[in-house]
Design a binder for this molecule. Structure first.
Ligand SMILES: Nc1nc2c(ncn2[C@@H]2O[C@H](COP(=O)(O)OP(=O)(O)OP(=O)(O)O)[C@@H](O)[C@H]2O)c(=O)[nH]1
Ligand SMILES: [Mg+2]
Length: 335
């Protein structure tokens, strides 16, 4: 699944509906000279809900809806009838969407399941009509309440991809090519930097009836955590990946220093990411002579499992899939 028009951040002004006013009214009927108060309550306004929808993969459908207002409740009516409620608005979002208040960044909800529904902006209640104020000492109340205001404010919706594996590497490392050989995804591949501008997701079939999701992210460069390149904007997508797969091309002089650079960027962005399991694929191994390959493999970093691969010849690809699967499902047994 590649994602054209990938939108992972929208800012919206939302306003739930105001409650309708209660009314002042007295029963008027033939032969009932002094009818009591019968002014009904106002209806509540429309709520605004967020709902998970597994069919969606971006927030693009909300990009051009800057202001979203739910209708107000109707005023109360005579004969004790309440006003109609304002109809609710339901905003469907892809799984992995986080809703935050824009003013203080407070996270309100993370939508993780299909059809999960969350009341984002509560509507105002309808006001009481005068019938509610009747008492033994107060037979003709000339009082009713206005409806309450609904909640309103700027809200940010952010999508974090729900992938099992996130690819981390410099531009041109061969990340998209790898995704294209392990899944049906068709990301753009080219021999210049920043070919990938938006994340691509691919489903990797594993054994007979298993699969996992791999996210190909734009390349990370030195200074990414401070905002260089495309870095920070997409680093947040790996916050949820179960396994980080570093990809370093065998065209580099030294694997260890490249690995440290990537690790440094990840750490500067969010040190918690270092708690995730990680693996290192040394890509394009087909480009090296036996001799060079031997020399390069001496520059491997410590403390991380390294797998030489080639997307062109297929070398190492199955081993890599096996390892990834076992990192995602540590208790999985083949038997
Ligand atoms: N020889 C060889 N070339 C490869 C291999 N994998 C990728 N390449 C080439 O390396 C170049 C970069 O590949 P991409 O997959 O676009 O790299 P990327 O990491 O996605 O790059 P960005 O999207 O810019 O971050 C392309 O010209 C690919 O054809 C491989 O296993 N062997
Ligand atoms: Mg790419």
């Amino acid at each position: 699944m590649s994602l054209p028009n990938f939108i992972d951040h929208v800012k919206l002004y939302l306003r739930a509906g105001k409650g309708g006013a209660g009314i002042i009214h007295f029963m008027r009927a033939k032969f009932v000279p002094k009818g009591g108060p019968d002014g009904g309550d106002g209806g509540r306004g429309g709520h605004i809900f967020l709902r998970g929808n597994k069919q969606l993969s971006t927030l693009i459908h909300l990009k051009y809806r800057k202001h979203i207002k739910a209708p107000n409740g109707e005023p109360g009516r005579d004969a004790l009838k309440s006003g109609a409620n304002g109809s609710d608005i339901i905003l469907d979002v892809p799984l992995g969407t986080v809703a935050k208040r824009d003013d203080n960044n407070q996270i309100l909800v993370e939508v993780l399941e299909d059809k999960q529904t969350y009341l984002l902006m509560q509507a105002g209640k309808g006001g009481w009509g005068n019938a509610r104020f009747k008492s033994a000492t107060h037979q003709t109340p000339r009082i009713a309440y206005p409806g309450e205001a609904g909640m309103e404010g700027w809200m940010v919706l952010e999508l974090k991809l729900l992938a099992d594996v996130g690819l981390v590497g410099l531009p041109n490392a061969g990340k998209s090519t790898l995704l294209s050989v392990v899944s049906a995804a068709k990301p753009r591949i080219d021999d210049y930097s920043f070919t990938t501008l938006v994340p691509n997701l691919g489903v990797v079939a594993y054994q007979k009836d298993h699969s996992f999701v791999m996210a190909d992210l734009p390349g990370i460069i030195e200074g990414a955590a401070e905002g260089r390149g495309l870095g920070l904007r997409f680093l947040r997508h790996i916050e949820r990946n179960a396994v980080l797969l570093f990809v370093i091309t065998s065209e580099v002089e030294e694997i260890d220093s490249t690995y440290k650079l990537l690790l440094g960027e990840i750490e500067a962005y969010n040190p918690d990411l270092l708690n995730k399991p990680r693996l290192l694929a040394i890509s394009k191994i087909d480009l090296l002579s036996e001799e060079k390959r031997f020399a390069l493999l001496k520059t491997l970093p410590q403390g991380i499992e390294c797998i030489p691969i080639s997307a062109i010849t297929g070398a190492g690809i199955q081993v890599l899939k096996d390892k990834l699967w076992h990192y995602i499902h540590p208790n999985f047994s083949n038997r």
